[in-house]
Design a protein around this ligand. Structure first.
Ligand code: ZN
Length: 411
C-alpha cells in the first residue's frame, strides 16, 4: 500500500496540483470574494511563469528532495521516529503535524529577519489575492525553504509517506487559502477551526503591518491561535481592505523580471521587526499586551514572543533530541556487542580458580573487573578494563592481586 502510494507520488502531486488549481480558478471566476482591479492575464501569466522557473531551479539545485531524504533516513535509521520506532500511523500523524509547525515557524522567521523578509515580501507584493498568489515565491526563498525542510525531515526521521502527504496537502491548501472565493460565512467559521481558510489568510496579505504579521499558518490554524498571532478579520473588512505592500504599488512590479530583483530594491521595511504584531483581539491579556506594544513602540508582544520562543526552542531542540536518540541507539548496540565480548571474557576468567577466589565467582571480588559497572561503563573505559582483564589473566594465578585504589574507587 505504502509502496504503491510512493510509486504514484509524481502522478498524485501533479493531479492534485492541477486539479485544485483549475477548481480554484473556476470558483474564483464564478463566485469571487473581491473585485479584482489588476487584469488576470498579467498576474496569472507572470505568477505561473515563476512557478515553472522555481520548479526548474529546485530540480537543478537539489539532487534529492524531501522524500529522498526521508527514504535515506529510513534506510540509515536516522532521526527521532526511526530511533524511537513508534507505530507507523503515529509517526505519520506526528510528522505531518510537526512539519506544519516547522513551516509556521519558518514563515514567522521570514517575516522577522530583515534579509529573509526581503525574499518573502515578494509573495506579499502581489496587488491582488488569488490562487496564483499561493504559488508566487522567490526562487531563493524556495531553495532556503527546501534546505530547512530537508533538515526537519532528517531530524524527525519522518516516514516518506508522511512527507508526500504533507507536501501534497501544503500545495493544495496553499492554492485553496489564497483563493479569491466567496465561502459562506458559516462554512468559513466552522472550517477555520481545523484548517486555514481564504478569509483567514487574506488578513495576512493586508497592507497594514499589524495584519501582515498575523495568521502565518498555511495548513492548520492552531499554531496562530496557540502562539497569539491569530487575527480573525481585517479592520477594513474583506472587500475594503488593501492587498499587498505599501512599498510596491506599481503594476510593473508584477512582471517576472521585477519580481526576481525585488529583494534587492529599497529598504527591508514592513517586516515584523518594524511593523507590529497583532492578535484578533478578544480582550483580556491580549488587549493589555497590544496596549503595551502601542505604548512602548515595541513590535513583538511579550506574550507572543514568550510563546514563540518556547516553541522555537522546542523545535530547535528536535534535531539534538533526534541525534541523541540515534546516538543512544547506536551506542546501545555497540555497548551490547562489546559487553557480550567482555563479559564472555570475564566469565571465562571467573570460571578459572584464581587467587583466593572460588570457581565461578564474580571477578570483581577478585579485584579483576566489576560485573555490574561493566554494563554501565563507556566504550573506551570498557575497552581499558577488558585489556586489564586480559593482561591480568595472562599473568597466572599467583599474579592476581587486589585492584588498584583508583579502580576500586570507581567500583
Ligand atoms: Zn507571509
Amino acid at each position: 500500500m505504502t509502496e504503491r502510494f510512493l510509486d504514484a507520488e509524481s502522478t498524485i502531486r501533479l493531479t492534485v496540483f492541477l486539479g485544485v488549481l483549475a477548481a480554484m480558478m473556476l470558483w474564483e471566476l464564478a463566485a469571487p470574494r473581491r473585485r479584482q482591479e489588476v487584469p488576470r492575464l498579467l498576474r496569472w501569466s507572470n505568477n505561473l511563469a515563476l512557478v515553472v522557473l522555481d520548479t526548474a531551479i529546485l530540480r537543478l539545485a537539489f539532487p534529492v528532495l524531501a522524500v529522498g531524504v526521508a527514504m535515506a533516513a529510513e534506510a540509515g535509521g536516522w532521526g527521532l521516529f526511526n530511533a524511537l520506532a513508534p507505530p507507523v500511523w503515529v509517526a505519520v500523524v506526528l510528522s505531518v503535524l510537526l512539519l506544519d509547525l516547522a513551516i509556521y515557524l519558518q514563515h514567522v522567521m521570514f517575516h522577522a529577519v530583515p534579509a529573509l523578509w526581503r525574499l518573502h515580501r515578494m509573495h506579499h507584493a502581489d496587488l491582488e489575492f488569488d490562487t496564483t498568489t499561493g504559488l508566487r515565491f522567490h526562487p531563493v526563498e524556495i531553495l532556503l525553504s527546501m534546505v530547512i525542510k530537508l533538515m526537519v525531515v532528517a531530524a524527525l526521521g519522518a516516514p516518506p509517506v508522511a512527507v508526500v502527504i504533507f507536501e501534497v496537502l501544503l500545495n493544495a491548501t496553499s492554492l485553496f487559502n489564497h483563493a479569491n472565493i466567496d465561502l459562506p460565512r458559516r462554512v468559513d467559521r466552522v472550517l477555520r477551526l481545523v484548517m486555514v481558510t481564504p478569509d483567514m489568510h487574506r488578513v495576512h496579505h493586508s497592507v497594514i503591518p499589524v495584519e501582515t504579521n498575523s495568521n502565518f499558518g498555511f495548513n492548520l490554524p492552531w499554531w496562530d491561535r496557540l502562539l497569539g498571532t491569530y487575527r480573525a478579520q481585517p479592520a477594513k473588512g474583506h472587500r475594503g481592505m488593501e492587498i499587498g505592500l505599501r512599498q510596491f504599488r506599481d503594476r510593473r512590479d508584477l512582471w517576472l523580471d521585477r519580481m526576481l530583483v525585488q529583494p534587492l530594491r529599497g529598504p527591508a521595511s514592513g517586516g515584523a521587526l518594524d511593523g507590529g504584531w497583532g492578535t484578533g483581539g478578544g480582550g483580556g491579556r491580549r488587549d493589555r499586551d497590544r496596549r503595551h506594544t502601542a505604548a512602548s513602540g515595541r513590535t513583538l508582544m511579550p506574550c507572543t514572543r514568550r510563546r514563540f520562543l518556547m516553541i522555537a526552542a522546542a523545535a530547535a531542540a528536535l534535531p539534538g533530541a533526534a541525534r541523541g536518540q540515534a546516538q543512544a541507539h547506536w551506542r546501545g548496540r555497540a555497548l551490547g556487542a562489546e559487553a557480550s565480548v567482555t563479559l564472555a571474557g570475564v566469565d571465562a576468567i571467573a570460571a578459572r580458580p584464581v587467587g583466593g577466589g572460588r570457581e565461578g565467582a564474580c571477578p570483581a571480588r577478585t579485584g579483576l573487573q566489576p560485573c555490574r559497572s561493566a554494563k554501565r561503563a563507556e566504550p573506551a573505559q570498557r575497552a581499558r578494563l577488558s585489556r586489564r582483564v586480559a593482561r591480568r589473566s595472562g599473568r597466572g594465578d599467583g599474579a592476581l592481586g587486589p585492584a588498584p585504589p583508583r579502580h576500586r574507587r570507581r567500583l
